[in-house]
Design a protein around this ligand. Sequence first.
Ligand SMILES: Cc1cc2nc3c(=O)[nH]c(=O)nc-3n(C[C@H](O)[C@H](O)[C@H](O)COP(=O)(O)O)c2cc1C
Length: 224
Amino acid sequence: MAENFSDAERAAVYKAIRLRRDIRRQFESNPISHDVLVRILSAAHHAGSVGFMQPWDFVIIEDRATRQKVLDSFLRERDRAANFYDDARRDLFLSLKLEGILESALNLCVTCDRTRGGPHVLGRSTILETDLYSTCCAVQNLWLAGRAEGIGVGWVSILDPGELSKILGLPDHVVPVAYLCMGYVREFPDEPELQRAGWRQRIPLSELIHVDRWQNKPDERWDS
Ligand SMILES: Cc1cc2nc3c(=O)[nH]c(=O)nc-3n(C[C@H](O)[C@H](O)[C@H](O)COP(=O)(O)O)c2cc1C
Protein backbone atom coordinates (compact mmCIF):
# COMPACT_ATOMS: atom_id res chain seq x y z
CA MET A 1 0.00 0.00 0.00
CA ALA A 2 1.21 3.51 -0.78
CA GLU A 3 2.50 5.26 2.30
CA ASN A 4 0.86 8.68 2.51
CA PHE A 5 2.37 11.77 4.05
CA SER A 6 0.62 13.39 7.00
CA ASP A 7 -0.08 17.13 6.67
CA ALA A 8 2.92 17.89 8.86
CA GLU A 9 5.21 15.62 6.85
CA ARG A 10 4.10 17.18 3.58
CA ALA A 11 4.60 20.64 5.03
CA ALA A 12 8.11 19.63 6.12
CA VAL A 13 9.04 18.62 2.58
CA TYR A 14 7.90 21.96 1.17
CA LYS A 15 9.57 23.76 4.04
CA ALA A 16 12.95 22.20 3.23
CA ILE A 17 12.51 23.15 -0.42
CA ARG A 18 11.46 26.73 0.35
CA LEU A 19 14.15 27.37 2.96
CA ARG A 20 17.04 25.72 1.12
CA ARG A 21 19.71 28.28 0.34
CA ASP A 22 23.09 28.35 -1.33
CA ILE A 23 25.41 29.21 1.57
CA ARG A 24 28.86 30.77 1.26
CA ARG A 25 29.34 32.65 4.54
CA GLN A 26 28.71 32.53 8.28
CA PHE A 27 29.85 28.94 8.62
CA GLU A 28 30.27 27.68 12.20
CA SER A 29 33.50 25.89 13.04
CA ASN A 30 31.88 22.80 14.62
CA PRO A 31 32.33 19.68 12.51
CA ILE A 32 29.58 17.64 10.89
CA SER A 33 29.32 14.34 12.78
CA HIS A 34 29.80 11.11 10.91
CA ASP A 35 26.17 10.05 11.54
CA VAL A 36 24.79 13.27 10.06
CA LEU A 37 27.10 13.03 7.06
CA VAL A 38 25.97 9.47 6.45
CA ARG A 39 22.31 10.59 6.54
CA ILE A 40 22.96 13.39 4.06
CA LEU A 41 25.01 11.27 1.66
CA SER A 42 22.45 8.50 1.94
CA ALA A 43 19.77 11.03 0.88
CA ALA A 44 21.94 11.86 -2.13
CA HIS A 45 22.42 8.18 -2.89
CA HIS A 46 18.62 7.68 -2.98
CA ALA A 47 18.20 10.03 -5.93
CA GLY A 48 16.74 8.79 -9.18
CA SER A 49 19.25 7.85 -11.86
CA VAL A 50 19.00 6.79 -15.47
CA GLY A 51 18.78 2.99 -15.69
CA PHE A 52 19.49 2.97 -11.92
CA MET A 53 23.03 3.77 -12.96
CA GLN A 54 23.93 5.56 -9.68
CA PRO A 55 26.86 7.27 -11.41
CA TRP A 56 27.86 9.39 -8.40
CA ASP A 57 30.77 9.17 -5.97
CA PHE A 58 31.44 11.49 -3.07
CA VAL A 59 34.97 12.81 -2.48
CA ILE A 60 35.22 14.29 1.03
CA ILE A 61 37.92 16.96 1.22
CA GLU A 62 39.20 17.74 4.68
CA ASP A 63 42.83 18.54 3.86
CA ARG A 64 43.55 22.29 4.04
CA ALA A 65 46.30 22.22 1.42
CA THR A 66 43.96 20.57 -1.08
CA ARG A 67 41.28 23.14 -0.36
CA GLN A 68 43.79 25.94 -0.83
CA LYS A 69 44.59 24.59 -4.31
CA VAL A 70 40.87 24.57 -5.11
CA LEU A 71 40.54 28.12 -3.81
CA ASP A 72 43.47 29.25 -5.98
CA SER A 73 41.74 27.70 -8.97
CA PHE A 74 38.49 29.46 -8.04
CA LEU A 75 40.24 32.84 -7.81
CA ARG A 76 41.80 32.42 -11.25
CA GLU A 77 38.47 31.45 -12.82
CA ARG A 78 36.57 34.21 -11.01
CA ASP A 79 38.99 36.86 -12.29
CA ARG A 80 38.64 35.46 -15.79
CA ALA A 81 34.82 35.53 -15.51
CA ALA A 82 34.92 39.14 -14.28
CA ASN A 83 36.11 40.24 -17.72
CA PHE A 84 32.75 39.31 -19.23
CA TYR A 85 31.04 42.22 -17.49
CA ASP A 86 31.14 45.98 -17.98
CA ASP A 87 32.68 48.16 -15.23
CA ALA A 88 29.74 48.56 -12.83
CA ARG A 89 28.59 44.95 -13.15
CA ARG A 90 32.20 43.75 -12.78
CA ASP A 91 32.59 45.62 -9.49
CA LEU A 92 29.35 44.10 -8.20
CA PHE A 93 30.42 40.63 -9.39
CA LEU A 94 33.77 40.89 -7.63
CA SER A 95 32.08 42.07 -4.43
CA LEU A 96 29.90 38.94 -4.26
CA LYS A 97 30.91 36.13 -1.91
CA LEU A 98 30.84 33.14 -4.24
CA GLU A 99 32.55 30.37 -2.25
CA GLY A 100 33.23 29.23 1.31
CA ILE A 101 36.04 26.79 0.53
CA LEU A 102 38.26 27.43 3.56
CA GLU A 103 35.60 28.62 6.03
CA SER A 104 33.26 25.62 5.77
CA ALA A 105 33.55 22.48 7.91
CA LEU A 106 34.10 20.28 4.90
CA ASN A 107 34.23 20.31 1.15
CA LEU A 108 32.66 17.61 -0.93
CA CYS A 109 32.97 16.87 -4.61
CA VAL A 110 30.11 14.93 -6.19
CA THR A 111 31.40 13.21 -9.30
CA CYS A 112 29.86 11.32 -12.19
CA ASP A 113 31.38 8.07 -13.46
CA ARG A 114 30.44 8.18 -17.13
CA THR A 115 31.19 4.49 -17.61
CA ARG A 116 29.30 3.02 -14.66
CA GLY A 117 26.93 0.26 -15.65
CA GLY A 118 28.79 -0.48 -18.89
CA PRO A 119 28.31 0.89 -22.42
CA HIS A 120 24.52 0.34 -22.64
CA VAL A 121 22.78 1.78 -19.64
CA LEU A 122 19.01 1.39 -19.87
CA GLY A 123 17.44 4.70 -20.95
CA ARG A 124 20.74 6.38 -21.76
CA SER A 125 21.25 5.36 -25.36
CA THR A 126 19.76 8.57 -26.81
CA ILE A 127 20.65 11.26 -24.32
CA LEU A 128 24.14 10.54 -23.05
CA GLU A 129 24.02 13.41 -20.55
CA THR A 130 21.35 11.68 -18.45
CA ASP A 131 24.15 10.40 -16.20
CA LEU A 132 25.02 14.05 -15.44
CA TYR A 133 21.34 14.91 -14.90
CA SER A 134 21.14 11.98 -12.45
CA THR A 135 24.13 13.28 -10.53
CA CYS A 136 22.46 16.70 -10.24
CA CYS A 137 19.39 14.99 -8.76
CA ALA A 138 21.68 13.50 -6.09
CA VAL A 139 23.12 16.94 -5.36
CA GLN A 140 19.64 18.41 -4.91
CA ASN A 141 18.72 15.63 -2.46
CA LEU A 142 21.92 16.36 -0.55
CA TRP A 143 21.16 20.10 -0.53
CA LEU A 144 17.67 19.56 0.88
CA ALA A 145 18.76 17.00 3.47
CA GLY A 146 21.51 19.38 4.53
CA ARG A 147 18.95 22.14 5.05
CA ALA A 148 16.79 19.86 7.20
CA GLU A 149 19.90 19.08 9.30
CA GLY A 150 20.76 22.79 9.68
CA ILE A 151 23.76 22.39 7.42
CA GLY A 152 24.43 24.98 4.75
CA VAL A 153 25.63 23.87 1.34
CA GLY A 154 27.27 26.14 -1.22
CA TRP A 155 27.84 25.00 -4.80
CA VAL A 156 31.07 26.33 -6.33
CA SER A 157 31.10 26.00 -10.10
CA ILE A 158 33.59 28.76 -10.89
CA LEU A 159 36.31 26.12 -11.23
CA ASP A 160 38.17 24.62 -14.13
CA PRO A 161 37.02 20.97 -14.22
CA GLY A 162 40.36 19.77 -15.60
CA GLU A 163 42.28 21.46 -12.81
CA LEU A 164 39.85 20.16 -10.19
CA SER A 165 40.12 16.61 -11.53
CA LYS A 166 43.90 16.85 -11.29
CA ILE A 167 43.84 18.19 -7.73
CA LEU A 168 41.50 15.37 -6.63
CA GLY A 169 43.20 12.68 -8.70
CA LEU A 170 40.05 11.74 -10.60
CA PRO A 171 40.46 9.17 -13.38
CA ASP A 172 39.56 10.26 -16.94
CA HIS A 173 36.13 8.58 -16.96
CA VAL A 174 35.04 10.37 -13.77
CA VAL A 175 34.02 14.04 -14.02
CA PRO A 176 33.46 16.50 -11.19
CA VAL A 177 29.83 17.69 -11.24
CA ALA A 178 29.48 19.66 -8.02
CA TYR A 179 32.07 21.10 -5.68
CA LEU A 180 30.25 21.81 -2.40
CA CYS A 181 31.16 23.69 0.76
CA MET A 182 29.24 22.37 3.75
CA GLY A 183 28.85 23.25 7.39
CA TYR A 184 26.56 24.39 10.15
CA VAL A 185 25.63 28.04 9.72
CA ARG A 186 24.45 30.86 11.94
CA GLU A 187 21.77 31.95 9.49
CA PHE A 188 19.93 30.75 6.42
CA PRO A 189 18.96 33.95 4.56
CA ASP A 190 15.30 34.07 3.53
CA GLU A 191 16.15 34.99 -0.05
CA PRO A 192 18.97 34.07 -2.44
CA GLU A 193 22.17 36.05 -1.88
CA LEU A 194 22.15 37.14 -5.52
CA GLN A 195 18.65 38.55 -5.08
CA ARG A 196 19.66 40.32 -1.89
CA ALA A 197 22.68 41.83 -3.67
CA GLY A 198 20.51 43.13 -6.51
CA TRP A 199 22.10 40.83 -9.09
CA ARG A 200 18.95 39.07 -10.22
CA GLN A 201 15.35 38.53 -9.06
CA ARG A 202 13.19 35.42 -8.94
CA ILE A 203 11.07 35.18 -12.12
CA PRO A 204 7.31 34.94 -11.46
CA LEU A 205 6.19 31.33 -11.94
CA SER A 206 3.34 32.41 -14.24
CA GLU A 207 5.88 33.72 -16.79
CA LEU A 208 7.40 30.26 -17.05
CA ILE A 209 4.25 28.28 -17.81
CA HIS A 210 3.34 27.31 -21.38
CA VAL A 211 0.32 25.21 -22.30
CA ASP A 212 0.62 22.65 -25.11
CA ARG A 213 3.00 24.84 -27.10
CA TRP A 214 5.86 27.22 -26.39
CA GLN A 215 4.55 30.71 -25.61
CA ASN A 216 0.90 29.60 -25.31
CA LYS A 217 0.25 31.40 -22.06
CA PRO A 218 -1.97 29.90 -19.33
CA ASP A 219 -5.17 31.47 -17.97
CA GLU A 220 -5.26 34.03 -15.16
CA ARG A 221 -5.34 31.38 -12.44
CA TRP A 222 -1.55 31.31 -12.75
CA ASP A 223 -1.15 35.03 -12.11
CA SER A 224 0.18 35.59 -8.65
C1 LIG B 1 24.83 24.31 -10.91
C2 LIG B 1 24.97 25.43 -9.91
C3 LIG B 1 26.19 26.10 -9.83
C4 LIG B 1 26.35 27.15 -8.92
N1 LIG B 1 27.57 27.77 -8.80
C5 LIG B 1 27.76 28.73 -7.86
C6 LIG B 1 29.02 29.34 -7.65
O1 LIG B 1 30.02 29.03 -8.28
N2 LIG B 1 29.13 30.29 -6.70
C7 LIG B 1 28.06 30.70 -5.96
O2 LIG B 1 28.19 31.58 -5.12
N3 LIG B 1 26.84 30.11 -6.12
C8 LIG B 1 26.68 29.14 -7.04
N4 LIG B 1 25.45 28.54 -7.18
C9 LIG B 1 24.35 28.96 -6.32
C10 LIG B 1 23.38 29.88 -7.02
O3 LIG B 1 23.93 31.16 -7.14
C11 LIG B 1 22.08 29.90 -6.21
O4 LIG B 1 21.52 28.63 -6.22
C12 LIG B 1 21.08 30.91 -6.74
O5 LIG B 1 21.58 32.20 -6.65
C13 LIG B 1 19.75 30.82 -6.00
O6 LIG B 1 19.97 30.95 -4.61
P1 LIG B 1 19.51 29.85 -3.57
O7 LIG B 1 20.21 28.57 -3.94
O8 LIG B 1 19.91 30.36 -2.21
O9 LIG B 1 18.01 29.70 -3.71
C14 LIG B 1 25.27 27.51 -8.09
C15 LIG B 1 24.06 26.81 -8.17
C16 LIG B 1 23.91 25.79 -9.06
C17 LIG B 1 22.59 25.04 -9.11
